[in-house]
Design a protein around this ligand. Structure first.
Ligand SMILES: [Zn+2]
Length: 70
């Protein structure tokens, strides 16, 4: 497993490395090619503000949705 904090991750659609920017303390990131209602609900916030979703794009234009805690 690669650490996302290093600044890149594989696109779930085409596998190309995409640049991402996540907090260094990010733990257990989940990447999807589309927003997930279940994950949106799970990461909508537990009140701590430490759970987020960010969207990135791979060099081929695919969207990456990264759910993470930091
Ligand atoms: Zn891609």
């Amino acid at each position: 497993m690669e650490s996302l904090t290093r600044g890149s991750m594989a696109c779930p659609v085409c596998g190309t490395e995409a640049s991402v920017g996540l907090p260094r303390s990010t733990t257990d990131p989940i990447v999807t090619s589309e927003p997930s209602p279940d994950l949106d609900a799970a990461y909508a916030g537990d009140g701590s503000g430490r759970q987020k979703r960010r969207q990135f794009r791979c060099p081929n234009g695919h969207s990456l949705y990264v759910y993470f805690e930091f």
